[in-house]
Ligand binder design. Sequence first.
Ligand SMILES: *Cc1c(COP(=O)(O)O)cnc(C)c1O
Length: 370
Amino acid sequence: MYKMMTPGPTMVAENVRLARSVETGNPDIDTEFFDFYKGTCELYSELLHTKNESLILSGEGILGLEAAVASLTEAGDRVLVLDNGVFGKGFADFVSLYGGEPVLYTTDYRYEIAIDPLREYIEKDHDFKYATVVHCDTPSGMLNDISKICPLLKEYGILTVVDSVSGMMGNPVDVDKDEIDILCGGSQKAISCPIGLTLVTISDAAKKVMEDRRTRIPSFYANLTVFKNYYENKWFPYSMPISDIYGLKIALDNIKADKDILKRHAEVAAKTRKALTASGLHLYGENGYSNTVTVFKVPDGVKSEDIITHMRDDHNILIAGSFDVMEGEVIRLGHMGYNCTADNMRETLSALNDVLIKLGVKLIKALSYD
Ligand SMILES: *Cc1c(COP(=O)(O)O)cnc(C)c1O
């Protein structure tokens, strides 16, 4: 097995792996499973500081994003798409797919979304049914300040859909305080489960918009209203992936018990950035650094592929390049969830130091974590 220091999927704790292997019943008939499912959803809501209902959907992180858009959008709806990254822009495709009119607010991908210019823009035009915001845009490691963006949009009556798949559990999230209507998460990032589940928290305001639609939601799997009263009726819209959810529950218990989790992410991320810049490497972003992933520019004269391959073959460590407009330009180091320890980063940076030297990169100082 490789040491996975990619920005998701992460390594998975042993107690999560064991929980996924226990004997399973029939989740459609076993009424205890309805309590287990609901309890796991409530624990997730608690970790995100919200009284809103959460749902676990059977599907990878992208399903949560699509379900939020499918459930809210009707033909002709104007949707504000905040675009300062690849996932940010990607929301526009879902909005069009479901008949909405995406209006892109595009800013430089190297900077977090600045609040004052956004406010000026919204003052002039706020006729939007909802807005999409990416908390941590993983391909660039850009963190947007949802605690300022979402309340600002709410002031103008705009609902918010936040993709926090790679942001949550490593960066602070307070759904109720920040008035976030739908927050999307995924199992394989800082939650530290294998790939397979997506989670959404849904505000009452968002539920009302779904109920007041003039037209039907043109999807079943991506329709969030099909879960209505599942607990009272003891009826899931489809059979739940029971082993995945057993693992998720333990992963959430691990997070709840880990009182220093956010502090550790902040510290590991800060030290990683410091080590990279001290050695003369350049971070991709100018501000807005996520505590879950660090992204730096590929030094001149080397190929990102070569760095990744040597890290894997010589040191048994997986790190990632990026894609879309950043393809080949940057390297991404994941330090999220179960991966996020000083020891893991120390080992990763020391290996990276060897690889860069081997590839002929002149560092002004050896890369070291401390
Ligand atoms: C990982 C991730 C997702 C889920 O999609 P993938 O298929 O795993 O890429 C969605 N949004 C963000 C910001 C992510 O980092």
